[in-house]
Design a protein around this ligand. Structure first.
Ligand code: SIN
Ligand code: MN
Length: 225
């Protein structure tokens, strides 16, 4: 989003790009305000229940399509049956800009799809309190192999980015801080990843988030209807 100066960026693995400080202070405040509204409904934010009886420590609310293990639907049958809020066009546009930042405006990803065509249709908004974590997993419930765009606001976390074979090593631990962008696509699209730790107290309350971490992932479900 910072158009004036090129930002430092690091390729963690082929197709996996970390851009620290991509979101400016104003954009971070906008996201926090928007997330507060989304958390209220039509489908309220909640801890997702897992099929084997566990409950995720993060709290999640979805836009565009509702994710519950392990599929996308328009309505949240596991919460209140309501249809999820629309994915606002401005957020989908941030997603396109993010992919352009990662791979270049003229670039391509996956099977030669142009960056300009990247059009996410869902966002998973995750809130982590100081104790929340996310185990190593692949994002594989989408029918599209388009990249995943991840935005962080609030407390920093340790983001573990691994390999496409299993949950173990080799992996790279990356600290994701408020405003950071992380995009994973191409050969890294199905890499295992997780959040072993939040670093409490590292966020700036000026974002509007007094504590905890917000993460928004934008994805292409490949669904229609
Ligand atoms: C996710 O894997 O869906 C979320 C990752 C993150 O919170 O950074
Ligand atoms: Mn994931």
């Amino acid at each position: 989003m910072n158009a004036l100066m090129p930002l430092p960026r690091r390729e963690i693995a082929p197709g996996a790009v970390h851009v620290p400080g991509w979101l400016g202070a104003e954009e971070q405040r906008e996201l926090v305000t928007a997330c507060r509204a989304w958390a209220m409904g039509p489908v309220p934010i909640r801890h997702t229940r897992l099929p084997r009886g566990g409950v995720m420590s993060v709290q999640t609310v979805c836009l565009g399509w509702h994710w519950a293990p392990y599929r996308y639907t328009r309505t949240a049958e596991d919460v209140n049956g309501a249809r999820v809020a629309e994915l606002p066009p401005w957020l989908a546009e941030w997603g396109r800009a993010a992919v352009a930042e990662a791979y270049g405006e003229e670039g391509a990803y996956g099977d030669g799809v142009r960056v300009a065509e990247y059009a996410p249709d869902t966002a998973l908004v995750n809130f982590y309190d100081a104790a929340a974590k996310m185990g190593m997993h692949q994002d594989k419930d989408e029918r599209s192999s388009a990249p995943v765009v991840s935005l962080t606001v609030g407390d920093s976390c340790v983001f573990r980015f691994g390999n496409t074979e299993n949950r173990g090593r080799p992996y790279t631990d990356v600290e994701l801080a408020s405003g950071d962008l992380f995009v994973f696509g191409g050969p890294s699209r199905y890499a295992y990843h997780g959040v072993p730790r939040i670093l409490p107290g590292t966020g700036d309350p000026a974002t509007g988030l007094g504590a905890g971490r917000l993460n928004i992932t934008l994805r292409v479900t490949g669904m229609s209807g």
